[in-house]
Write a protein of this length. Structure first.
Length: 277
């Protein structure tokens, strides 16, 4: 057998043996309770995410695309500032993460949250959808949900376990001709590798609960995805390529919204700032 294949096979066996079943979050009111298998630590993935995020923001700065509209930046950060304290409902450690957010000037309709709370919102999402604060909270809650559930770490672990991530294997073993940097792998998984429909559902569910707890109307999640579908027409944005079918997503959201509506009403009654614009 080729020496490289022997090394990768050995890594796969070692990773599989060291894989652990974890519960990254509490279930919350929406009932997220799937067990996950992890072969990489949160610490190393979060550290590499920080490197990748810093590089991406530096590149955006050089292109003059970083935080160009102060009002948009303030708006996004205000919404995130209300959402992140509510992450304690799923993870006690999450409100203390080093949350960071920037707005990137690009026509692409997208937003994402890297491991550890590193967020980017594209102006195309804000401008093309004419998104209300409630709708932005739905998007951001969804992306934060991915981070809380550590979906990037889970996907990278799956790559290592199944030996499909040859570049990651090289990074883990220090074999230069096999792979890419781990930071590059984090960026690729976060921005490019599709999430499973199960992961997307978890992010949807967590997102509506975070929004409701923060005093944003969770019904806006339905309006948001309807706007997304209309915008995409016969070819939905790449961002939605592996998301659940529209009808399935709306039905699930409506079910979960009913569960979290009392949390929204409680938040409003408790004096949370009015949601939406």
């Amino acid at each position: 057998m080729n020496r490289k294949l022997i090394i990768v096979a050995a890594l796969g066996a070692a990773v599989s043996a060291g894989c652990e079943s974890v519960d990254t979050t509490k279930a919350g009111a929406v009932g997220v309770d799937r067990h996950q298998r992890m072969a990489l630590s949160s610490e190393e993935v979060n550290a590499e995410a920080q490197k990748a995020y810093a590089q991406m923001m530096a590149d955006a700065q050089k292109k003059g695309a970083l935080d160009k509209d102060a009002a948009q930046v303030a708006r996004v950060k205000a919404i995130i500032g209300r959402l992140t304290p509510q992450t304690a409902a799923f993870r006690e450690d999450a409100p203390k993460w080093a949350w960071e957010a920037h707005v990137l000037t690009t026509d692409e309709v997208n937003a994402w949250c890297m491991p550890g709370g590193k967020i980017a919102v594209y102006t195309g999402l804000i401008n093309k959808l004419q998104a209300t604060d409630d709708e932005l909270a739905a998007v951001l809650g969804h992306e934060i949900g991915h981070a809380l559930r550590e979906h990037t770490r889970e996907q990278m672990s799956q790559q290592a376990i199944t030996q499909t991530g040859i570049g990651l294997a090289g990074a883990l073993l220090g074999i230069g001709d096999l792979g890419q940097s781990l930071a590059g792998a984090v960026a690729n998984v976060t921005l490019q590798l599709p999430k499973s429909r199960g992961m997307e559902k978890e992010a949807d569910d967590i997102g509506v609960e975070l929004a409701a707890r923060a005093g944003y109307n969770p019904q806006a999640a339905v309006a948001l995805w309807q706007k997304m579908e209309k915008l995409g027409g016969s070819e939905p944005p790449k961002w939605l390529s592996t998301h659940p079918p529209h009808a399935d997503r709306i039905a699930d959201l409506q079910n979960q919204i009913q569960k979290v509506m009392p949390l929204y009403q409680q938040a409003k009654a408790g004096g949370t700032a009015a949601a939406g614009k």
